[in-house]
Design a protein around this ligand. Structure first.
Ligand code: SF4
Ligand code: FES
Length: 246
């Protein structure tokens, strides 16, 4: 396949950026989107040009690092991460636009790399349980109702990629925060800090440059892990309940 890539180039946070066009040849349908960027970067290095900076780590849909907007959609045409998106989703001759996450809370560092440390600060404010770890307990030592275990697990699959924020017209982080709060607040181990967790995490979220949630649902349709909109309802219930108990 021979494709045209129009990539956002921005040398630094305070510098202006622009879309720059490149032709990439020799792409196979089995390559991942990141491997296509590798091929493009190798050709730029050979020509003595600066390669395109993009974030990545695991390349298997786990770390959440590889977020980019592809043809106007967070992570591109499939509901998966950019590292798990394959070039078979495109056709020979396609023109593909690649941009960084567009959200005030995720400022561009360079090219396609953004600063997602706002998510870290939300986690630091309450996305944990405080228990002595010791040795691993027996699996059945703390019974958990099946429905709670299933929902906690579903929410625990959030990889912190930020696609929900990038897709949201308000730049809201509600789905991410909801996944983290719901995961821990449903489990017995999460009960001692249940109220302080939701109050602190919502407060930390509000202190960043995220927008408010207006239930558009764009977050859910772009989430590579299928975190459900119900989690936002759970977050709102947990928040109101914690406020009332103060
Ligand atoms: S909720 Fe989904 S889209 Fe948002 S950070 Fe978690 S995995 Fe990514
Ligand atoms: S590189 Fe880890 S999720 Fe894509």
């Amino acid at each position: 396949m021979k494709i045209t890539v129009r990539a956002w180039r921005q040398a630094g946070p305070e510098l202006p950026g622009e879309m720059t066009e490149y032709t990439v040849d020799g792409i196979t349908p089995d390559m991942s989107f990141l491997e296509m960027l590798d091929v493009l970067n190798e050709s730029l290095i050979v020509k003595g040009e600066e390669p395109i900076a993009f974030d990545h780590d695991c390349r298997e849909g786990i770390c959440g690092m590889c977020g980019v907007v592809i043809n106007g959609r967070a992570h591109g045409p499939e509901q998966t991460t950019a590292c798990q998106l394959h070039m078979r989703s495109f056709s020979d001759g396609d023109v593909i636009d690649v941009e960084p996450w567009r959200a005030k809370a995720f400022p561009v560092i360079k090219d396609l790399v953004v600063d997602r440390s706002a998510f870290d600060r939300i986690i630091q404010s309450g996305g944990y349980i405080s228990v002595p770890t010791g040795s691993a307990p027996d699996a059945h030592a703390t019974p958990v109702p099946k429905a709670a275990a299933d929902s906690a697990f579903e929410n625990a699959t959030c990889i912190g990629c930020g696609a929900c924020v990038a897709a949201c017209p308000n730049g809201s982080a509600m789905l991410f925060t909801a996944a983290k709060v719901t995961h821990l607040n449903l489990l017995p181990q999460g009960q001692p800090e249940r109220r302080s967790r939701v109050l602190n995490m919502v407060s930390a979220m509000d202190a960043e440059d995220f927008g408010g949630c207006t239930n558009t649902g764009e977050c859910v349709s772009s989430c590579p892990k299928g975190i459900p909109l119900d989690s936002i309802a759970t977050l709102n219930r947990e928040y109101l309940s914690a406020l009332r108990s103060q």
